[in-house]
Design a protein around this ligand. Structure first.
Ligand SMILES: CC(C)(COP(=O)(O)OP(=O)(O)OC[C@H]1O[C@@H](n2cnc3c(N)ncnc32)[C@H](O)[C@@H]1OP(=O)(O)O)[C@@H](O)C(=O)NCCC(=O)NCCS
Length: 126
């Protein structure tokens, strides 16, 4: 699912994932990656046949509740920014990210600066 959605293929450890299944088929997933003094909500994907029915929101809320460190994410495009904003995340600047996530998001920041890709870094505001 992560590869087909063209999302970040790093740190795909199954113990970090939560999934939703329907009749033994995985239809949605999301994970929490751990860093020093931070976690990242990542790999949020809903099978295209199941979108628009609340599964993405449900998983996002679940991951928020399971997070034990300040929670961040990166996303591409206004639509996703809006999706996460409505679920409690605010856009933060590069300088506001913890050092561990600046390292993780380094390439994204480069693409954002050089190619002007609409990439947003966001933090959950408890
Ligand atoms: C983003 C995504 C997880 C939403 O899942 P979902 O189950 O359809 O979400 P819900 O039904 O809970 O909520 C629907 C909301 O998602 C928005 N949405 C639908 N398709 C979307 C898309 N491709 N990108 C961003 N947001 C999308 C809708 O506008 C709707 O917004 P609203 O709450 O203001 O009405 C799903 O579209 C997806 O898997 N996208 C591809 C993978 C991806 O980009 N993941 C995010 C990585 S940061």
């Amino acid at each position: 699912m992560v590869w087909s959605a063209r999302l970040d293929p790093t740190q795909l450890r199954w113990t970090q994932f939560w999934v939703i299944e329907c009749q033994t088929r995985m239809i949605a997933c999301g994970q929490l990656r751990s860093f020093a003094q931070a976690q990242e909500l990542g790999s949020l994907i809903v099978d295209p046949d199941w979108r628009g029915q609340g599964l993405g929101s449900y998983l996002t809320n679940h991951l928020i509740q399971r997070a034990s460190e300040p929670l961040y994410l990166e996303c591409l495009g206004q639509q996703l920014r809006q999706f996460y904003h409505q679920r409690g995340f605010d856009t933060v600047s590069w300088s506001a990210l913890p050092a561990s996530l600046q390292r993780k998001f380094g390439l994204s920041q480069l693409a954002k600066t050089l190619v002007r890709l609409p990439i947003y870094f966001m933090k959950y505001q408890a």
